[in-house]
Design a protein around this ligand. Sequence first.
Ligand code: PMP
Length: 398
Amino acid sequence: MLDNLFADRVEEMSNGELAEFMKLVGQGDVLSFAGGIPASEVFPYNGLKDLNDRLLNDLGAEVFQYCSTDGSDNLKEYIVGFLGERGINTSKKELLITTGSQQALDLISKIFINTGDNIIVEKPGYVGGIGAIKSYQANLIGIDLDKDGLCVNILEEKLDRIYAEGEQIKFIYLVPDYSNPSGSRLSLERRKKILELAERYDFYIIEDTPYSELNYFNERLPFIKEFDQDNRVIMLGSFSKFFIPGMRVGWVCIEEGMIDLLTKAKQNTDLASNTYGQELLALAGNSGLVDEQLKRVKPFYKARLLKMEESLQKFFPENTSWYQPEGGFFFWVRLPENIKSRDLFQVAIKNKLAFVTGNSFFPVYQDGNHYIRLSFSDTTPAEIEKGIALLAGIIIDY
Ligand code: PMP
């Protein structure tokens, strides 16, 4: 391998440790709290099977043709209605369909970031978002989170300092609802404050919303985009967590003037997202299957969340801490000072148990030394109880 020929950005792309862990997790009989994935057993298999026949009858061989780069008109029309019901007044001209919202993170990074540009991320923040941003050689600035999301006082101080020094930031990347990995939800007050800061200092907010529909206890808070009068918010959405991820369909809602630019970036990346999946999702949406699925998955995941909370309370030692999330897929647990999550993982995996170590979720690796992410979405309540008891035993033995 002539690795001396690789581009500099390859250095920034290494997510080696996570890939290494995931390989171990994928081995046979491991009980895994690692993957942030939906449970396949709750997918609307029968409903989609029926719609699939209908799709092939209605659209014929056209579903196997290339799609336009900006995405299926049918799907965009459905998303306009979906967002409209959620307080976002938009139109097809402001939508671009992407290959999962992960692609949107890449495209946005591609159009904004020059080497060394300042980008603000949550600390801890979504590993795939941090990865996409880092691969364009940005200067990542992490801002702490608590249960109510990003700490806006820290953000404001940081921004004041950055702009006083004559620097700027390009965007802030946020997962306001049931963040991955922390499970936190950004409070209403903080949503408004961040928007005010974006308007004051002229930067964009990337509002990534894959878990927003998965609110198990109370009403969803308004999206930041709902208050956005000045086109400061670029909103990302995805069918992956509340419906199905395998079709790889997400979307970007952005001011009309930027659609062309994003479309060009997407064209250079994959020409278009898959036609078949987009049309199937449009049909699923229009025939009520998406709404039906939302009603089904919320109690399903809520039961798992409550089981994990109960098991943590029952088995985990006093010197660990966490807060109960109100939605999404994750618990974020702080370990005792003497235990590094990496070391704990090595013991856990020998006991056929997996989770994700906290390190990959921080711009500075060591900051995650004492945290683990436990996903409850893809394990049954019985497995949750068994796995948490086992993990607690390992922590206590340490
Ligand atoms: N954003 C967040 C916060 C996520 O957790 C994920 C999936 N893990 C994504 C984006 C990407 O999801 P997808 O590409 O499947 O839409």
